[in-house]
Design a protein. Structure first.
Length: 165
């Protein structure tokens, strides 16, 4: 019992796998050959850090704007930490001395400014690497109050807002 298998049903997948294996080996051989000749950089061009344009059409999260105010932007060269990572964990590009970065206050992780800003634009409020909250617990009440006031919801409640009860 069983399903009948024709010769072509087995032959073509094996042929495809063998062709792909040979192409992969040829690629590695060419890469090694060019590396020996000193042309290895020709295969891996330097890619500039991709900066994402600010889109004015999308509504920005109020909480993201407030978090941006709390997380200062500094140049990578200004960080004197010897344990600073070599690359951004979001985009995996190496940090350059003139890159603008944000250092998180709770976990001390650093990211490119544009990478972390895009993360916050998706209403994320935790570190992309370790999921620690951006806002320290001792500042959370003040942050929530500023968020409440900035959102304009207190205008609807007047003096009866939950913050004054």
């Amino acid at each position: 019992m069983g399903f009948p298998v024709g010769c072509t049903d087995v032959f073509f997948p094996k042929l495809l796998i063998h062709i792909l294996t040979i192409l992969g080996l040829m690629r590695k051989f060419i890469y090694v050959l060019l590396s020996i000749l000193g042309l290895g950089d020709f295969l891996e061009p330097e890619m500039p850090l991709q900066t994402w344009p600010e889109s004015g059409g999308e509504p920005r999260s109020i909480s993201a704007s407030l978090i941006r105010e709390l997380l200062p932007v500094v140049k990578f060269s200004e960080i004197s930490d010897l344990a600073a990572p070599e690359c951004c964990a979001v985009c995996l590009y190496e940090f350059e001395d003139d890159d603008e970065i944000r250092r998180l206050t709770n976990c001390r992780h650093i990211f490119h400014r544009s990478c972390l800003d895009r993360w916050m634009d998706h209403d994320q409020k935790t570190c992309p690497l370790c999921r620690t909250a951006f806002i320290p617990e001792d500042m959370q009440d003040a942050f929530n109050e500023r968020l409440w006031l900035a959102s304009g919801i207190s205008d609807f409640y007047g003096e009866y807002s939950p913050m004054t009860l």
